[in-house]
Each structure stands twice: as C-alpha cells, then as structure tokens.
Design a protein around this ligand. Sequence first.
Ligand code: KG4
Ligand code: ZN
Length: 332
Amino acid sequence: MTLVLGIETSCDETAAAVVEDGRYVRSSVVSSQVDLHARFGGVVPEVASRAHVELIGTVIADALVEAGTELADLDAVAACHGPGLAGALLVGVSAAKALALVGGLPYVGVNHLEAHLYAAWLAEPGLEPPLAVLIVSGGHTMVVVMEGHGRYRVVGQTVDDAAGEAFDKVARHLGLGYPGGPAIDRLAREGDRAAIRFPRAMAGEPDLSFAGLKTAVVNHVRGHPGGSVADVAASFQEAVVDQLVTKLVAAADEARAPVLALGGGVAANSRLRARVAEAAAASGRRAFLPSRELCTDNGAMIAATAWWRLRADGPTSLGEGADPNLRLPEIT
Ligand code: KG4
Ligand code: ZN
C-alpha cells in the first residue's frame, strides 16, 4: 500500500488529502476562501496567497489526522506546481518540499490540469482509457482525449473566456453575485431554457468561445428591461452547455472513446451533468460525473496524479519551482 499526501493551493482553495494507491481517498480537506473574495467579485491573488499561508498548516494537519496517518507513514508528498496564481502556488509547493525534506520523502510536482483528469479515477477506480474529458473551470475550458496514463491530446479549447468565467461575468451582470455558476444554476431551474435563442459559437470546429455569448446576454438584457431574469439564466446556461456537450461528444466520436468524463468547477452544473449523461446514453457510452467535491479543486486529485507520475517519472527535483503558465503535457 502506498500513501501520498497531495496539496493544492493554485487558486482560492487551500486543500490537502491523503490517497491510497492513487485511487482511494483516505481523507480530503478543502478550505474555501470564496467568502473572502466575494466582496471583490472575484479572486484577488494577493489575498489568496496570504490566506493560503494562514490555512495551509491546519489543512495539512487535518488531512493527516482524518486519514489516521502521520508523516512517517507517507510514501510521497505532492503539490500542484501549476498552472495557477504564482504566489498561491508557491505556498503549497514550499509546504510540500519542506515536509518531503523533514520526512525524507520524495516530492512530486503535479500539473493542475492533469489532476482534474485524474479525479475521474477517484470516482471510478476501474476506469480504462481512452476517455474524452471536458475540463471546465473558472480558468480553463478544454476537451481532452486521454489515450492512456500520461498520454493526452487537447482536442479543443476556448479561444477567449473560460466557461466558468462566462458564468461569473453573466451572473455579475444579472446582479446574482459571486461565484456566478451556482447562482445561475439555481435560478435557471425556474426559467425557460428555450425562451431566448442565444448564439452557439464555433459550430463544427473543435475549439470553443464564450465572449460573443456574454455580449449577446448583455445586449438582450439591455433591450428587454423588466424581462424574466430566470429565462435569461436558463437560456444562457443552455447555450453554454450545448456548446460544451457538442464538442465533448465530437471528440469522443473522433477518438472512439467509450467514456465521457467531467472535471473542474463548472462540472458541478446540474444541466451540464444531465446533458452529458443523456449524450452518453444516446451514443452507448458510459458517463463519469465525479462528485462536486472531486470536480472542484481538491488535494485528492493532486495525490492521485502524483501516484501515477511517481511510477512513470520518479520524484520531482526540489530545485524545481512553480510555473503559473504550465500546460498539459501532450503527446506529439
Ligand atoms: O475548478 P474551480 O473550483 O476553480 C477554478 O477555476 O480552478 O471552478 C470555479 C468555477 C467558477 O467560475 C464557478 O462559477 C463555476 O466554477 N461553478 C459553476 C457551478 N459551480 C461552480 N458553474 C456552473 N454551474 C455550477 N453549479
Ligand atoms: Zn481547477
């Protein structure tokens, strides 16, 4: 049995988890800073870094206690080393390296995007590639074909805003507060998703775009003062989800992938989950919709990825820092 401690501090969640053999979550502690940033209407990097420094010690200690383990029982310590906010990433990376040094353990730096892919394995330990995965968060929107462990192809990605960013911007415009995704998801249930036909960008292409949709919503609201906000929310959400599901299914068709999976904060969206499940059923595929806890940023996905990476590549040098612009390692 192998135990890995995974630390995640790339954005506004301070998280740590202990995972057994890359698949079984022994503990997962997530301290969200969402309330801290809400009054600014978005994540303030400097505020995030300071909060990580304050929280990281307790979060790691809680993760070890909840797993019923201690530093001496671990086999490796991992941290997300990018992409993300530079100052925020450094907090987790420094903590992981310090623990690795003290415990005489290997350190593993983990790519945040790769970690979102591995969350599917925590939900379904028996999963076999190839998978078509949609990673949708506040910072990223990409369709990835995972052909094997460590073997990825980015089939499409957003050319402008991330899907979560579109939810947040539209929610702000509608006066629904931050974070916008959950607010729109809730309000959309009371609205008519066919009320307004918003544009679906880049039809027939693998890439995605949400900037035009956001502008269309702003223009519609301006032109229809007093209209139903719930209808706007539901119709906007349907346009986003339509685009996401279409591109995911096209990637799965092209790669002949029998499995559709989701990762990232927007994967918590109830309409997206329903539509991916429907699309899978309609095409004889299986859908993996990890729980909200596994979709949003967490330490368990970092620990799981580290376990696979450690076996494939060995430990990361302690001389390696964080890279805010790290990309998903692709096969060529
Ligand atoms: O992955 P995440 O927790 O953080 C990063 O951006 O890395 O994703 C946060 C994003 C936010 O934009 C938030 O509005 C969106 O996920 N989100 C949702 C829902 N829950 C969170 N978007 C749509 N529907 C939701 N239920
Ligand atoms: Zn994320």
